[in-house]
Design a protein around this ligand. Structure first.
Ligand code: NAI
Length: 697
């Protein structure tokens, strides 16, 4: 059943009942229209209430129906709302918990609205690259005014009913109540049962004292904020129509806008990311109901760059943390950094002073392993040396209580080997945070070959509690993200040898939409990190070719921002990347020793060599089962590496280009004598999908 029908005296109550959030799927929409028709036909019914069962009024359109025939099949949502609005008996919406997207639009089609104070109200379609498609852009300005409505529509952010109810002149809610919203709505329905004419939102005027000035301002703002996304600007257009056109013409305008946006690559990418995010938590052999180990106390080993940031995540979530170091000075430094980070947030008004104090009160420090014995999980973030990790894990094995989870934040070492330092490898797991760990969304959860299922499930759950996007990775060098970025960096190096400057590469990649190009990223992260990895590679894989430019750079001591010199020059204390004549000279000389005459390389070639390097390695990672699915790789790149959201991640981007085309381009790259033909051998999965006309999704 997707909606129930019952009568409370002369009031018919239609209760949406389509768990989990009463999505407005085709069967639900049918059930609403049947309910309205039944109430209309029943002479004993004087008024109608629509409400939602469970934990929502309605979360809106059923996104699983998107781009399927069911999305627009009659009765589609605009038709349902037209029927509600055109009913001959008053219809009251009893809104509670959440009224999002189509749910809010349905409420706006009702004649009266009663809301529970804490209801979250939003039109979030813009987050999927769309505009609201069932009258939201036409009705919301009529009840909240143009500016409030447009802010909600362009941001997609939820606002509490009690906040909206306080706006002067608002007509969104007739009543906002603390108590039983359904009872209040039924009572209101009884009181208004014989009042005519029925109030309709569509009949309300839309006003603004300076519409031309305001909409110009809105357009400029949106253009600056959403450079690569078409939907926000279309939201402005639609709301403007609510003022300038008739209601019917405005609806038609909105309809056309959503139809056009649905088929844009940007909307596809955003919808892909939306589903990809949800998919990350699904682990085929670890079902949803897997029992979790309770986590009430956290320990962190190492109070350096990562340890401090990791600790902050748990303090923010209200979990007590004990931090262990070898020396008091290191602890003091770590705590001071945490304080400095929180104080910066307080100064910016992002954190209240009392919250800051509460969080600091949850933090304790120690030099003594014995004090970790109560912790339910310990996360190790000490130096990246296997000997140091070994000493720490042997010690943890002695002191931690049975069942405690032992996690390592290693970025390059073998998690299975680390697990082998303990007598409880089933309790060992990798938690690969990204720097700064208190800010970055991504958490790679590294599943060792012995990791117990409940340990994995518990860490995934804990990751959600600290608001991370958790992606499961198998054990391999670099896990998902860094293993791929190594190939991307190799290509970036080859591009320098063939004729590019670092700034040309960065500019092209940033124009494509990346937050930062490879060389600016290297300077930020520290070029010495990649250098250390390459030195290892020269021994492990002597046949693998790298450009020497990055080594030459490091030999000059140019590690990046921390040495005020890297691929770029930096003024002391500044982060602005200034093109470096020294680096250009170094690259030119290096080309000379190789006997290479530089050529002009197009932005298109730069971008595709870098992105397809990611795609090809990504395909291998999926095939080897290191990633559970291609969309997990996209989430890693969207949340950890600044890949442009409007392109949906590297694998989604490859699907958009078409895998056949990707492989053809890779063949062209392979024919370049200065590139590496082996590098461009398509991964078997990619080759197969390209040949079959398939896609990663
Ligand atoms: P760091 O050098 O800033 O901090 C390491 C801390 O561990 C230092 O404070 C040191 O005093 C402490 N320490 C060393 N040996 C210890 C021991 N035996 N017992 C207790 N404390 C000890 O290093 P960072 O950058 O925080 O890295 C830590 C781990 O996180 C490494 O495994 C690294 O690969 C990994 N990682 C680092 C990332 C980064 O961007 N810095 C990103 C992701 C992972």
């Amino acid at each position: 059943m997707t909606a129930r029908y019952e009568t409370h005296g002369p009031v018919a109550v239609i209760t949406l009942d389509n768990p989990p959030v009463n999505g407005l799927s085709l069967p639900t929409r049918r059930a609403i229209t049947e309910g309205i028709a039944r109430a209309e036909a029943d002479a004993a019914v004087m008024a109608i209430v629509i409400t939602g069962a469970g934990k929502a009024f309605s979360g809106g359109a059923d996104i699983k129906e998107f781009t399927t025939p069911a999305a627009t099949a009659e009765p589609n949502l605009p038709s349902v709302i037209a029927m509600v609005e055109g009913a001959s008996k008053p219809v009251v919406a009893a809104v509670h918990s959440v009224a999002m997207g189509g749910g809010l639009e349905l409420a706006l089609g009702c004649h009266y609205r009663v809301a529970a104070r804490s209801t979250q109200v939003a039109l979030p379609e813009v987050k999927l690259g769309l505009v609201p498609g069932a009258g939201g852009t036409q009705r919301l300005p009529r009840v909240l005014g143009v500016e409030t409505a447009l802010n909600m529509i362009v941001s997609g952010e939820p606002v509490k009913a009690e906040v909206l109810a306080q706006l002067p002149g608002q007509k969104l809610f007739d009543e906002v109540v603390d108590s039983d919203v359904l009872a209040a709505a039924v009572a209101l329905a009884g009181r208004v049962a014989s009042l005519r004419p029925l109030p309709r939102v569509r009949d309300l005027p839309v006003k603004h004292p300076n519409p031309d000035g305001y909409f110009q301002f809105a357009r400029n703002t949106v253009k600056a904020m959403a450079r690569n996304l078409p939907a926000p600007a279309r939201c402005v257009d639609c709301v403007e129509q609510s003022m300038k056109a008739s209601f019917e013409a405005g609806l038609r305008y909105e309809r056309e806008a959503i139809m056009a946006l649905t088929f844009t690559p940007e909307s596809r990418a955003l919808r892909h990311a939306f589903f990809a995010e949800r998919a990350t938590s699904k682990i085929p052999d670890v079902p949803a109901g897997t029992p979790l180990r309770p986590i009430a106390r956290v320990a962190v080993i190492g109070a350096g760059t990562m340890g401090g940031g990791i600790a902050m995540n748990f303090l923010n979530a209200g979990l007590p943390v004990v931090m262990l170091e070898q020396k008091q000075e290191a602890l003091d430094r770590g705590v001071a950094t945490i304080r400095k980070n929180y104080e910066a947030q307080v100064k910016k008004g992002k954190l209240k002073e009392d919250k800051y104090q509460q969080r600091m009160a949850l933090l304790s420090t120690t030099l003594d392993y014995a004090e970790l014995k109560d912790a339910d999980i310990v996360i190790e973030a000490v130096f990246e040396e296997i000997g140091v990790k070994e000493a720490v894990f042997r010690r943890l094995d002695e002191v931690m209580k049975p069942g405690a989870i032992l996690a390592t934040n290693t970025s390059t070492l073998d998690v299975d080997r680390i697990a082998g330092f303990t007598k409880r490898p089933q309790d060992v797991i990798g938690t690969h945070f990204f720097s700064p760990a208190n800010v970055m969304k991504l958490l790679e959860v590294v599943r060792g070959k012995a990791t117990a299922k409940d340990v994995l499930a518990t860490v995934m759950d804990l990751g959600r509690k600290i608001k991370k996007t958790c992606v499961v990775s198998g054990v391999c060098d670099g896990f998902i993200g860094n293993r791929m970025i190594e190939q991307y960096s190799r290509q970036a190096g080859f591009l320098l040898e063939e004729g590019c400057t670092p700034q040309q590469v960065d500019r092209a990649v940033e124009k494509f939409g990346f937050a930062m190009g490879p060389f600016r990223m290297g300077d930020l992260a520290g070029n010495d990190i990649g250098w250390a990895i390459r030195k290892r590679r020269y021994v492990e894989k002597p046949g693998m070719r790298y450009s020497k430019t990055a080594d030459l750079l490091c030999e000059m001591g140019r590690y990046g921002q921390k040495t005020s010199a890297g691929w770029y020059d930096y003024a002391p204390g500044k982060r602005d990347a200034l093109p470096s004549a020294t680096v250009e000279q170094m690259i030119v000389e290096h080309r000379r020793t190789l006997g290479v005459s530089p050529r002009k390389i197009s932005d298109d070639e730069i971008v595709h060599r870098l992105v397809y390097a990611l795609v090809n390695e990504g395909a291998k990672i999926v095939e080897e089962g290191i990633a559970l699915r291609a969309s997990d790789i996209d989430m890693v790149y969207l949340t950890g590496y600044g890949f442009p959201l409007f392109r949906g991640g590297p694998m989604c981007y490859a699907d958009t280009v078409g895998l056949f085309n990707v492989v053809q381009t890779m063949k062209r790259f392979a024919a370049n004598p200065l590139d590496d033909a082996d590098f461009w051998q398509p991964a078997p999965l990619l080759a197969r999908l390209a040949a079959e006309g398939g896609s990663f999704s």
